[in-house]
Design a binder for this molecule. Structure first.
Ligand code: PMV
Length: 312
């Protein structure tokens, strides 16, 4: 039996602007994960694959699952990439506690989990860059024009400074960051938010380009502050990034209520994370007040909170 465990992720700075070539920073969230197990099925003919994914109520042979289903696609892409002459009958068990359509990278984590567990089990483990590239193919089918940040950060499981088609760079974490993640409970498919931004960008390209430039500068300042361990500088940068996300139309009253609550409870800064319109927000807390901030967010209506640390 071969098992892969892939974390979720959050975007700290630069979402949406990253689709337009500006930098973004994302970090893995180890408290939520996708787990994929692959084992041989002795009693079935070679080449057959049985999929068990209880979270989405799926128990079926691969050939019974529609070819457009993301699981069918990623399994087929992996097998095509491996080009093995024969494979044993296999069982794939997929479980995930990463909330779907919430900005935590659930789709990318499932894809990478399948690629990693399947290729490793078949004794042809794919390099991380290939794992990420295959997951990106699925992201493109389901998310329109994704930047690729999700598949990269969940594949590498490390904080990344990312520029579309150019760079996925690890960088130093100068001091630990304590973050509270709070879910609005309103799922928000990435494709909708991304296509909404595209329509508004088409209507006002010069205005949006200026906003994206400013978000890119904030992201660069944040990277420097993170590297130097100047945690206090990050809160105001998160607040500035949030205001710009509001201007491009991807915030929501619920997100803003949670962001206000976090700030009132002493968070150093807060913003939406991911595609917005719903999904999750993040607040920069301290180890001392994180639990307090999380409770306040739950009282304000968050459906779930996670306290996570980004460590050197
Ligand atoms: O999948 P989400 O909700 O974390 O959003 C990804 C971030 C975006 O910048 C909005 C889209 C992208 O592909 O980078």
């Amino acid at each position: 039996m071969t098992k892969s465990e892939i974390p979720g992720k959050i975007i700290l700075f630069g979402e949406h602007a990253v689709v337009y070539g500006r930098p973004a920073i994302a970090v893995p969230v180890q408290q939520v994960r996708c787990c994929v197990e692959v084992s041989d099925l002795k009693e079935a003919p070679p080449g057959q694959i049985y999929i068990q994914a209880p979270d989405i109520h799926l128990s079926a042979w691969l050939h019974e699952v529609d070819e457009s289903h993301p699981l069918h696609r990623i399994i087929q892409l992996t097998l095509d990439e491996l080009r093995l002459t024969s494979t044993p009958a296999l069982k794939l068990t997929i479980g995930s506690n990463i909330p779907v359509a919430a900005g935590l990278g659930s789709g990318a984590a499932v894809s990478v989990g399948v690629v990693r567990a399947l290729s490793t089990h078949l004794e042809a483990p794919l390099p991380l860059e290939r794992q990420s590239a295959l997951a990106f193919k699925i992201e493109k089918i389901h998310h329109g024009t994704p930047s690729g940040i999700d598949n990269h950060v969940v594949t590498y499981g490390q904080p990344l400074y990312f520029i579309r088609d150019r760079l996925a760079e690890r960088f130093t974490i100068g001091a630990p960051l304590t973050l509270v993640i709070a879910d609005t409970g309103h799922p928000s498919p990435t494709a909708n938010a991304v296509s909404g931004v595209r329509s508004r960008w088409e209507a006002d390209r010069s205005g949006f380009e200026i906003i994206f430039d400013t978000i890119g500068q904030i992201t660069d300042q944040a990277r420097t502050a993170i590297e130097r361990g100047e945690v206090d500088q990050l809160g105001p940068l998160m607040d500035q990034n949030q205001r710009l996300l509001e201007q491009i139309g991807v915030s929501s009253p619920t997100l803003e209520e949670l962001i206000r609550t976090a700030r009132q409870r002493g968070a150093n800064g807060a913003k939406l994370s991911g595609s917005g319109m719903g999904g999750n927000m993040i607040a920069l807390a301290s180890p001392e007040n994180a639990t307090d901030v999380a409770h306040a967010l739950e009282q304000a209506g968050a459906s779930r909170t996670i306290i996570t640390e980004v460590r050197p």
